[in-house]
Design a protein. Sequence first.
Length: 258
Amino acid sequence: MSSNSKKPIIGVPVNHTPATEEMSALFSTAEKYARASMEISGTAPILIPAFGDATPFDAILDSIDGLLLTGGRANVEPHHYGGPPFPDDEFIDPERDKTVLPLIRGCIARGIPVFGICRGIQEINVAMGGTLHYRVHVLPGKNDHRMRQDTDIMAERYEPRHPITLTPNGFLHELLGQTETTVNSLHAQSVDRVADGFVVEAVSPDGVIEAIHMPQAKRFTVGVQWHAEWLPHEHDLAKELFGAFGDAAHDHASNKNT
């Protein structure tokens, strides 16, 4: 990570909960994402409200040096990638979709680093023209990658669940220096068709895509399916990813006005 004392600004989009008769609309996200970016990437994170189409996209893109996409309960709605409609009871967050997808495209066009985690990898893939599997565990030959329901203890839900194989000589392999590591697993959707311009960087033993990367992007553009923000100081690949994201954000901050 760069030793530049100026802290790059990292935008962290939030989730949107609509208003009800009892409660005002809410913006929210878990603390651990911004904290990992601040502590490991050496950045200054700010939250981006999910105002959907009303979002001042250009002003935000002018201000940030990186975009960190978090996990979230809601899945990206299928009309964004031509998928079949969700069941009526599916939890959705249309304001986040309408906020994040244009921000991703804007960041890539401007060379602003993008790091997507869990829902974030799905958002990157959809924003750039890829598609998603709605439910991995119903596909032939796939395991159940969803969050454990037999415990309410966070440390148990986020504990390592399965190995992943990193693409030889790929970006993640070069970061880690080895072709296998173990990750947690708390997702139902996953990447199906990879967006043009991206390559697969890691897969699970049952063939689920666990990481993608855009080699031709000006700066770091990576999505991972596992929760890399969980105890990243204790996970070698997570630590390397946040470090590389920070380096790219420092580079953008140093060069965006030149």
